[in-house]
Design a protein around this ligand. Structure first.
Ligand SMILES: [Zn+2]
Ligand SMILES: [Zn+2]
Length: 321
């Protein structure tokens, strides 16, 4: 019950406070302008939190797509927590449930199952984007994230979620204050590196559940309605290649074609070049070819009942994918 209350309070706070902070930032910008300080701290903190989510929470912890030094894993967990998408182990359990039940009953954020009328589709999109953060069932972490619960350091990193969240606000405020040696600079840092950054990063991340499960290209024959969204690829640091990811959940690289820009994979390869990350899993070309279908553009088509049933009976909950 307490957890249920915390979940709802967190969902409302993360939806509303960064939006309000962004409003204040824009109002103040009319007088102060938006300069290199604001843009620099926004880009720095945005990159840190997005790398933390896609390379850390998603590719490292949820799917075990590569191996890394413990301090790299810790840094990724801390950066991901700054994105305000919930504690690491909670996030991972929820995400694995999404893979197990993709676009079938049990999926915490499928845009389907709200009817096929235009209004029903709109309600589905709202649920997949933001509504689910308030209404989803608390994930069973013992079933879906047992591997992470076994690690004392990962448990601790997850438990300290709110410390990292506050750090994500304090850091840009401190940098803004130091660069300008003023309280006004600290406030500008807090607003642009904190609130505006969280607002934008949160909305583009949520768009993977809503937009990239309803609109885009589907080059693979797989269950579920995930799709590649080129528009989302860059702002999400590679998450936009979402059907690629559902086709090969274990892959550390989401952009499977040379032209599919995947900033998360670029960061990962950079870390590997430094020797901090190794054994990055990538599907062989033969596997990619075997699962490929004729490219099609699909706009919000519903999964068939047979497909829903097959998906519901799909993979084992404990498999980290
Ligand atoms: Zn998905
Ligand atoms: Zn995933």
């Amino acid at each position: 019950m307490r957890l249920e209350h915390s979940k709802k309070a967190h969902a409302v706070a993360v939806a509303v406070l960064p939006l309000a902070g962004t409003g204040v930032a824009l109002l103040l910008a009319r007088g102060w302008g938006v300069g290199p300080l604001e843009l620099g701290l926004f880009c720095l903190m945005y990159s840190l939190s997005m790398v933390g989510i896609t390379v850390g929470f998603h590719r490292c912890f949820a799917h075990g797509s590569f191996e890394a030094h413990p301090w790299v894993r810790a840094a990724l967990a801390i950066c991901g927590s700054m994105a305000c998408q919930g504690p690491l182990i909670y996030w991972v359990a929820n995400h694995r449930i999404h893979h197990r039940f993709t676009d079938a009953p049990g999926d915490p954020h499928s845009p389907y199952f709200h009817g096929t009328t235009p209004l029903g589709k709109l309600r589905g999109l709202w649920h997949a984007h933001l509504g689910w953060t308030y209404s989803h069932e608390i994930p069973d972490t013992v079933t879906y994230a047992r591997d992470l619960l076994r690690s004392a350091s990962t448990r601790e990193l997850s438990r300290l979620y709110f410390v990292w969240l506050v750090l994500g606000l304090a850091l840009p405020a401190l940098l803004g204050g130091l660069f300008t040696l003023s309280l006004q600079g600290a406030l500008r840092g807090l607003l642009w590196g904190g609130f505006v950054r969280i607002f934008v990063a949160y909305q583009v991340s949520l768009a993977i559940g809503s937009i990239a499960h309803s609109h885009g290209n589907r080059p693979f024959r797989i269950r579920g309605q995930s799709a590649n969204s080129a528009l989302l690829a860059l702002p999400t640091f590679g998450e936009g290649w979402h059907q690629n990811h559902h086709a090969f959940p274990y892959s550390g690289v989401f952009g499977l074609q040379w032209w599919q820009v995947d900033p998360g994979a670029i960061v990962l390869r950079g870390l590997a070049a430094l020797g901090w990350v190794w054994n990055i899993k990538v599907p062989p070309a033969s596997a990619i070819a075997a699962r490929s279908a004729a490219p099609e553009e699909s706009w919000g088509s519903e999964p068939s009942p047979a497909e829903r049933a097959a998906r519901a009976a799909a993979s084992h909950p404990q498999s980290p994918q």
